[in-house]
Design a protein around this ligand. Sequence first.
Ligand SMILES: C[S@@+](CC[C@H](N)C(=O)[O-])C[C@H]1O[C@@H](n2cnc3c(N)ncnc32)[C@H](O)[C@@H]1O
Length: 348
Amino acid sequence: MGEPRAEITADSQVARVFEWRRGFNTIHLIHLGVQLGMFRALAEAPDSTPAQLAARLGLHAPYVERWCMTAYGMELLDAPAQGCYRLAPFMDVILTAPSHPRYLGSYVQLGAEVATEDFTRCLQAFRTGEVVPFQGRGDAFNHAIAGSTWGLQVVTAKKILPGLAGLSEQLAAGGRLLEVGCGTGNLLVQVAKAFPAARLVGVDIDTESIAAARKRVEDAGMSARVQARRGTVASAIQPQSFDAVLMVEVLHEIAPGIRPTVLSECAHALKPGGWMVIVDETYPSTLEEARAPEFKFPLHTGFEELLWGNVIPTREEQERLLRGAGMNGEIQRSLIGEGFTVLTTRKP
Ligand SMILES: C[S@@+](CC[C@H](N)C(=O)[O-])C[C@H]1O[C@@H](n2cnc3c(N)ncnc32)[C@H](O)[C@@H]1O
């Protein structure tokens, strides 16, 4: 720790900063490609020239030409012949298929639009300590969040919950699941599709998110067994009435001071033997962990969401919160995807 490694030179350090700077440009290049439909058009008509792409999308041809050349250089595009471009392998799914779990267009959008603005505001916030919280940022923000957590929602509904032997059978037989911090309701609908007999309630403290969640549930024709309620767990939920409480990317969004109360309310909502399933990020507990690959994603979320007032919990805090809420059973912990932790435990 702190010891300079032998292979590090001034040139290699300069090269790293240049590479990160190119990464910044590449995020904006991808964002432009997604928003202007260039990736999608190349998926539909591979081996197009920039002029054809520009004509098809009504864009300025010289700009499209430069975009294609740069995207080729960054290996987002391939060129089967001089002057024709197609998507590089797998980029169709990653950049043009919003319903696929690997889609990253919304995550890139969150960086290019929301994070870029937040980092600019940080120049002031580092002096004042001001916070611009998640709640009240509005519809476009809520939907950008929902889009960027889409893959995790699909994995939760189709893999994590069905993989929990015991709970999976309960939900299949009409069990009740509470989603805390349901946002715009995508996950509620995904879980309802995965378990067609289960009865679900989502709660969230954000008014606009709950309005969107209600519409989402109604549009899916699921209002009879899926409800979205605005409020805290205690205000919206009967005690001991759920077989499972689920939180996806929510624990780190809850203000640290009220986390023990929210977790206790969640535990209270569970029937004895009920399951608490938390999918969230885990902050490095030590300096060594801050450089470990599995902590890169939460480390950066913690920085990106500084202005939102979010504090990513460490492993020790997660466990303290669960124990403090009376969840004294064994805590199962696993790591998925880019750096998400899945925590499961049962109420005694
Ligand atoms: C990152 S979003 C995740 C939304 C959704 N679970 C998803 O995966 O897209 C976090 C959500 O938690 C909600 N939230 C934060 N604190 C909360 C609390 N104390 N009770 C209920 N919801 C809360 C926020 O309003 C927000 O909608």
